[in-house]
Design a protein around this ligand. Structure first.
Ligand code: CA
Length: 226
């Protein structure tokens, strides 16, 4: 899941980017309205977090322009002013939610997850399942055969991707770009190491293997052998 943050205040921007990255998202940060607008238009984001008071273009103008160009990415507004008119204006312009500064990161994260679910039509299941494995996206929990499995944020994101596209062989380059936001470099084995760790947690000690290596192609999560 890719999130664009448009925030000029350096501390807040860095804090948001770091927090969202640690929560397993890929986050880009724009520090003014013009950069934000440019990225929003062609960045294919799943969500935008947009500050209202920005140098250059303000948040209202960015949102207005983004919506006019047909981009339907859900937008969470950050406003320092808890004014009814501001909230109404933001929602009229097509914002999906707003948060008044200062806010707790946990609150922001909860809003982000709600918007991401709603952004996909609200019909997405919040629990992904295959065989006896369950990934609860709301509670951020993985359970196999009734046993809770502790995952890091990256492992969770990797497993979520594999589950969403179960049965499909995912090339390392695709996994690298969707989970790590990096271009695949053949010298690095970060993907293989992460998959090995995830597999040790998900598959070892259980009746069947779910994560398979497809030689020369990538990885697949499937109930059947590959
Ligand atoms: Ca600002």
């Amino acid at each position: 899941m890719k999130i664009l943050i448009v925030e000029d205040e350096p501390k807040t921007g860095d804090y948001l980017k770091q927090g969202l990255t640690e929560a397993g998202f890929v986050a880009d940060l724009a520090r003014d309205g013009w950069d934000g607008l440019e990225l929003a238009k062609d960045g294919h984001y799943d969500l935008m977090i947009l500050d209202v008071m920005l140098p250059g273009l303000d948040g209202w103008q960015v949102l207005d322009d983004v919506r006019r160009s047909g981009v339907e990415t859900p937008v969470l507004f950050l406003t320092a002013r808890d004014q009814v008119e501001d909230r109404v204006k933001g929602l009229e312009l097509g914002a999906d939610d707003y948060l008044v500064k200062p806010f707790a990161f946990a609150e922001l994260l909860a809003r982000v997850r709600t918007l991401l679910r709603r952004g996909r039509g609200g019909l997405e299941p919040t629990v992904l399942k295959v065989a006896d494995l369950e990934l609860d996206l709301l509670r951020r929990r993985a359970i196999r055969a009734g046993k809770k499995i502790d995952l890091t944020a990256k492992e969770f994101a990797l497993l979520e991707l594999l589950l969403r596209r179960q049965g499909e062989v995912l090339p390392r380059s695709l996994i690298a770009s969707l989970v790590w936001d990096m271009n695949f470099d053949s010298d690095t084995n970060v993907i293989d190491v992460a998959v090995r760790r995830l597999r040790a947690k998900i598959d070892e000690g259980f009746a069947s293997r779910l994560i398979h290596t497809v030689r020369g192609m990538g990885y697949v999560l499937d109930m059947n052998e590959h």
